[in-house]
Design a binder for this molecule. Structure first.
Ligand code: NAP
Length: 299
């Protein structure tokens, strides 16, 4: 099996590295702040690289999982970037949630190095990543996908090939349009049920068992019921970034998305005052807070 390079050892990248290690892949890790890569490498008994170029020179397949488009540009481009170290036959895969244009901008340079490039954004959060049960949305050449498939199979329950480079990124933004709508809808339903006298946990059980009980409702249970005791899975700042990308893509395609516009307003309001590191399910707490304020001003 080819050595797999993982870049971006954040919440998702570290969970994906664990799934790859569990499936028996030889790994080399890199992270901008080196501590995260060093400590995970020690835990998994694998190597680290000092920069993306060095990582690409030792890995047949690389997977990056980075915060946003500028992070992808920083990691793929430049003299110490991934493409500078890529060899003929290497497949460079980016799983970050970024605009469709991000990877396309690196395609010519990757091809000139003889490397393949795929966008492979994911649906599913940290727990599904660690279990190797993500849904992958792939854009790029079918031949590159086939070369990468043995590695991607360790990460995914389902792999969709959407079309050329950038089409995975576009589909991911469409999926997240529903995720942010669901997040807001679950928060509103829960706060409404609580305010009307139904205990929070019981209300959540009903939502999960009802017609709206999507997988999202199942895996966000801890976050909605015990926000303080549940680790952050998806930060408000990243949710705001995604909703901004959704707005940009909608504008470029000439479509209006009124629900996504409201979701962006709500998420931005929730992340004010340094709260952007909280899980995005915290919009329920914001609704509870505004209800208490309203009761206070009435009483
Ligand atoms: P995270 O924990 O904040 O990790 C972000 C990673 O990006 C870190 O490794 C960070 O490195 C790196 N990074 C940020 N800016 C960089 C730069 N300029 N150059 C190089 N590296 C940089 O975020 P996450 O939750 O794992 O999310 C990662 C991606 O997956 C995002 O695009 C997100 O939208 C997407 N996603 C997340 C989830 C989820 O549930 N969390 C689900 C699906 C998709 P440092 O450690 O040095 O800061």
């Amino acid at each position: 099996m080819a050595t797999v390079g993982v870049l971006g050892i954040g919440r998702m990248g570290s969970a994906m590295a664990r799934a790859l290690a569990e499936a028996g892949h030889d790994l080399v890790l890199w992270n901008r702040s080196s501590d995260a890569a060093t400590s995970l490498a020690a835990e998994l008994g694998v190597r680290t690289a000092t920069n993306p170029r060095e990582l690409a020179a030792t890995a047949g397949i690389t997977i990056s999982m980075l915060a946003d488009g500028p992070a992808v540009d920083a990691v793929y481009g430049g003299p110490d970037g991934l493409i500078a170290g890529a060899r003929s036959g290497t497949v460079l895969i980016d799983a970050s949630t970024v605009p469709p244009s991000t990877l396309r901008a690196h395609d010519t340079a990757a091809r000139a190095a003889g490397a393949g490039l795929l966008d492979a954004p994911v649906s599913g959060s940290v727990a599904l990543a660690e279990a190797g049960k993500l849904t992958l949305m792939i854009g790029g050449d079918a031949a590159d996908l086939e070369r990468a498939r043995p590695v991607l199979d360790a990460l995914a329950a389902t792999i969709f090939h959407l079309g050329p480079l950038g089409s995975g990124a576009a589909m991911k933004l469409a999926v997240n349009t529903v995720i942010f709508g669901l997040n807001e809808a679950v928060a509103e339903a829960l706060v409404l049920a609580e305010a009307a006298g139904v205990p929070r946990e019981l209300a959540y059980d009903v939502l999960a068992a009802s017609a709206v009980g999507a997988p999202f409702v199942g895996y966000k249970r801890g976050a909605f019921l015990d926000p303080e005791g549940t680790p952050v899975a998806f930060a408000l700042d990243l949710a705001a970034k995604d909703l901004g990308l959704i707005a940009d893509l909608a504008a470029a395609c000439g479509v209006r998305l009124p629900q996504a516009e409201i979701d962006l307003d709500v998420i931005q309001a929730a992340s004010l005052g340094g709260r952007g590191g909280r899980d995005f399910s915290t919009v329920a707490d914001e609704l509870r807070g505004s209800r208490q304020q309203e009761e206070g001003s009435r009483g």
